[in-house]
Write a protein that binds this ligand. Structure first.
Ligand code: CAA
Length: 240
């Protein structure tokens, strides 16, 4: 059945691939983004979707943004919390802002989107929330206490909200991507990335589409018995 889906951070990288895979399932897809207007315009034109700009780390902006989407496009039945940032650095060099920005956007964004959309899903007795976690939330990563804590928090958030949604046919799942060929991973210094890739049994970075396919499955009607789970898609780098 066709539904309205929103993908945060949906105009580039993994988010854009998720938009495409949900579109391929017949859904009406809306992308949220925070900063890059050019990329958003390009993505919206290419996919023929609407892109809405707000910062998911901002509670009020998220409540308003989702209300606008619901009134202009329709009630939101599928939420993919994909928006994420990095501010890598070892703890002794990390500022409070580096910590706080990552917690606010990566973890706070999931709370804000759920606050805006979960009540409607509960009332309509159907919903799908997929939160994009990370291998680094499962295993930790040198230089990422902020990101690893936020992503690890996403996995706990997922399991708690899954319990609240289950009896309303609202499933809540996470995907934990490994290192995927995106701008975010390209920002890792080459010498560091080489060592990371050497530890991936499949022997390469993942592709955004490989994450998107997992999201499409979790958002389908057929996945109604899958909730509170974490799907690891990481080329075997971490078996959890
Ligand atoms: N374990 C132990 N020691 C390590 C280490 C590791 N994994 N990595 C580096 N070190 C050591 C280095 O050997 C070095 O020691 P010496 O000075 O004795 O040689 C020391 O730590 C400092 O290392 P750097 O020179 O790398 O320090 P830096 O301050 O210049 O940079 C850093 C630190 C920014 C964290 C850099 O190492 C880095 O970018 N690391 C990659 C972090 C990463 O993987 N980010 C993922 C981004 S993508 C993403 O997050 C998506 C996703 O979900 C997977």
């Amino acid at each position: 059945m066709a539904r309205v889906a929103i993908v945060t951070g949906g105009t580039r990288g993994i988010g854009k691939a998720i938009c495409q895979s949900l579109q391929a399932q017949g859904h009406t897809v809306v992308a949220n983004y925070a900063g890059n207007d050019d990329a958003a315009r390009k993505c919206a034109d290419e996919l023929g979707i609407e892109a809405y700009k707000w910062d998911v780390g901002d509670h009020e902006a998220t409540m308003e943004g989702c209300a606008k989407v619901a009134s202009e496009v329709g009630p939101i039945d599928i939420v993919v919390n994909n928006a994420g940032i990095t501010r890598d650095g070892t703890l002794h060099k990390m500022s409070f802002d580096d910590w706080n920005d990552v917690m606010r956007v990566n973890l706070g964004g999931c709370f804000n989107m759920a606050k805006a959309c979960f009540p409607g899903m509960r009332e309509r007795q159907w919903g799908r929330i997929v939160n994009i976690g990370s291998i680094n939330g499962q295993a930790g990563q040198y230089g990422q206490v902020n990101y690893a804590a936020a992503k690890s928090g996403i996995h706990g958030f997922t399991k708690a909200l899954a319990q609240e949604g289950a009896r309303y046919n609202v499933t809540v799942n996470a995907i934990a991507p490994g290192y995927i060929d995106t701008d975010m991973v390209a920002a890792v210094p080459d010498n560091v990335l080489e060592k990371i890739v050497a530890k991936i049994p499949v022997g390469r970075l993942g592709k955004a589409e490989e994450i998107a396919r997992g999201v499409a499955f979790l958002c389908s009607d057929e996945a109604g018995f899958v909730t509170g789970s974490t799907m690891s898609i990481n080329g075997g780098q971490h078996m959890y």
